[in-house]
Design a protein around this ligand. Structure first.
Ligand SMILES: Cc1cc2nc3c(=O)[nH]c(=O)nc-3n(C[C@H](O)[C@H](O)[C@H](O)COP(=O)(O)OP(=O)(O)OC[C@H]3O[C@@H](n4cnc5c(N)ncnc54)[C@H](O)[C@@H]3O)c2cc1C
Length: 374
């Protein structure tokens, strides 16, 4: 049996940053993680702020939640800047994100989207082809214009994850590899794992796709769903792409790391093999994803893909779940909504503030797990 002040279930970006925040405040913290399918170790490092056309197309019913959360995304990008200054460098670059249009109807969609985003405080502007030519001369000739979101950027998640883990280790955070099967709440919270039992004063559930199953016996039905996604990375190349690149209609994100390599992804599916196995790469996603990249940035047609992989994203109702369970403040939820790596550090900070008794009600009210009360 492992006693601890605070048990954090899930050791991705949210679990790690929550652990750092709480250990810095003097708590004894244990992080327990099943050691499989963390979106944080598979993701592309895009810092998303503008509404993603992919998400709007796939989940139109969830667009109001995403739109209402735009100020949270702006703040989340700022949180990455603070984290990078405190513990980085995570190769953070903030030269904005371009969403490309290949025809006038896509341009009209982006114009309307930009107007909605501007009302929520997002820094957006429309660029015509000559304006694009000045900042992105590598784009294909068919691109007629783009929305530029200045809040967006990129980090190298491999670097960020390693550095944050080192910070947590130095603060004395204990890490356990185990799968938690159930939670019960009494005087303390008991978490029964496959290997060990853990007792804690408070528990933070930062288990992404695994969150719903963990708390379903505690009065909430959180619809966390695992979503297998595809990624590619190229060899280093001479292109100089400083922005995050997306498309008004097609699924893609494309960006360049400091190494010169281009990371290509943006929501192409992978083959599901269940939550307890890593998803398998789907060759059709590989071909579709990279040929779209080469259409948008023709020079990429001459660059080799050196690795592809698949990882587990998490979807819910489009919004984050942050804060104590209704009627049970010993269990605090910390599950980011869409673009969860972007939101991760801010969600972690807000969850930690609930544990420390200093919740920012204005920030977390709309993300309370109470909306899923059974
Ligand atoms: C291929 C891909 C690309 C992506 N690209 C981006 C991007 O560019 N930008 C962006 O913002 N977001 C991106 N995302 C989304 C982002 O990666 C995730 O939303 C984010 O990393 C989630 O962080 P997290 O800490 O909440 O959870 P995760 O990193 O998913 O970690 C959850 C952890 O909980 C553990 N766990 C689950 N259940 C249990 C249990 N019962 N007991 C113990 N442990 C458990 C899991 O093993 C896992 O390690 C991408 C996702 C994928 C898959």
């Amino acid at each position: 049996m492992i006693p601890t002040d605070i048990l954090i279930i899930g050791g991705g970006i949210v679990g790690q940053v929550t652990a750092i925040e709480l250990a810095q405040a003097g708590a004894q913290v244990t992080v327990v993680d099943a050691g499989i399918n963390a979106g944080s170790t598979a993701n592309a490092g895009s810092l998303h702020v503008q509404m993603q056309s992919r998400f709007m197309r796939l989940y139109p019913d969830q667009v109001p939640d995403i739109e209402a959360a735009l100020p949270l995304y702006c703040e989340a990008a700022e949180e990455w800047v603070r984290l990078d200054a405190a513990y980085g460098s995570f190769e953070l670059v903030r030269k904005g994100g371009l969403m490309l249009a290949e025809d006038n109807s896509q341009l009209a969609f982006l114009e309307k989207k930009a107007a909605r985003e501007a009302k929520k405080g997002v820094s957006v502007e429309m660029l015509d082809r000559p304006a694009l030519e000045r900042i992105a001369p590598w784009l294909g000739p068919q691109i007629v214009g783009a929305e530029l979101c200045r809040n967006e950027g990129k980090v190298n998640p491999l670097v960020a994850n390693l550095r944050l883990r080192a910070v947590a280790d130095a603060l004395g955070v204990r890490f356990e590899q185990d799968h938690i099967c159930s939670l019960s709440v009494g005087h303390r919270v008991e978490a029964i794992g496959q290997n060990k039992t853990y007792r804690a004063d408070r528990v933070v559930v930062a288990a992404a796709w695994g969150a719903g199953a963990l708390v379903q016996g505690l009065g909430v039905m959180i619809p966390s769903v695992a979503e297998p996604l595809h990624m590619n990375i190229t060899e280093a190349c001479s292109a100089r792409i400083s922005q995050l690149v997306q498309h008004a209609e097609r699924s893609i994100t494309l960006k360049q790391f400091n190494s010169g390599q281009i990371v290509i992804g943006g929501g192409w599916s992978a083959c599901d093999r269940g939550a307890h196995q890593v998803p398998a790469v789907d060759p059709l996603s590989l071909l579709g994803n990279v040929s779209l990249a080469a259409r948008l940035v023709p020079t990429l047609g001459h660059v080799r893909i050196i690795r592809t992989w698949a990882g587990m994203n998490t979807t819910m109702d489009g919004a984050s779940v942050i804060g104590p369970l209704p009627g049970c403040d010993k269990v605090v939820m910390a599950v980011p909504g869409d673009a969860g790596y972007t939101l991760g550090p801010l969600v972690a900070k807000l969850a930690a503030s609930c544990i420390l008794g200093q919740p920012d009600h204005s920030m977390i009210e709309r993300y309370s797990p109470a909306r899923f009360s059974a």
